[in-house]
Design a binder for this molecule. Structure first.
Ligand SMILES: [Mg+2]
Length: 158
């Protein structure tokens, strides 16, 4: 069992029939993390926002997301890959070699792509590269598309 202090509280208020959600939900239960479906910024550590349902891409933030529980996220990344999803790191950090080295050293065994947006909103940045995202996993949702965008409303954040 995980200590109370080590638990993260995940938020998801999208379609509960989405297969990717069911995969994450199963793992959250097995790993004894919290999951809530209501918005409370003081309670929630990590947001999971459903975006383009037909995509296989899962964008996972680095700082205070993967870095908050590296073992958990390495296992999640492996399970996502095994089910045909394409997880990748998407961080607001600058694309310098120190940042890449730090992230790569933790995620070496998963061999996933790392995108560093240099402070640019993540959704616009990935779209400019032709990547539409199925699910965003991030502790800071304004980093995805600012304070007001459709995916926030669709995921019941107001
Ligand atoms: Mg973060």
């Amino acid at each position: 069992m995980r200590d109370e202090d080590d638990k993260l509280t995940f938020f998801y208020s999208g379609d509960t029939d989405a297969k990717v959600f069911q995969l994450v939900e199963t793992m959250l239960n097995q790993e004894d993390q919290y999951l809530v479906d209501f918005y409370n910024e003081f309670l929630i550590d990590i947001y999971m926002l459903l975006d383009k349902k037909k995509s296989n891409y899962v964008a996972i933030d680095w700082d205070n997301t993967i870095s908050a529980d590296q073992e958990f996220f390495i296992e999640l990344i492996k399970r996502l890959k095994a089910e045909g999803y394409i997880p990748f790191v998407c961080t607001l950090r600058a694309p310098d070699s120190e940042n890449i080295k730090e992230i790569r050293s933790v995620l070496e065994e998963t061999n996933i792509a790392i995108y560093l947006t240099n402070g640019r909103p993540k959704r616009k940045y990935m779209k400019s590269l032709g990547v539409k995202v199925l699910l965003w996993i991030d502790d800071f949702y304004p980093g995805i598309c600012g304070d007001s965008c459709k995916i926030l409303a669709r995921n019941n954040i107001e």
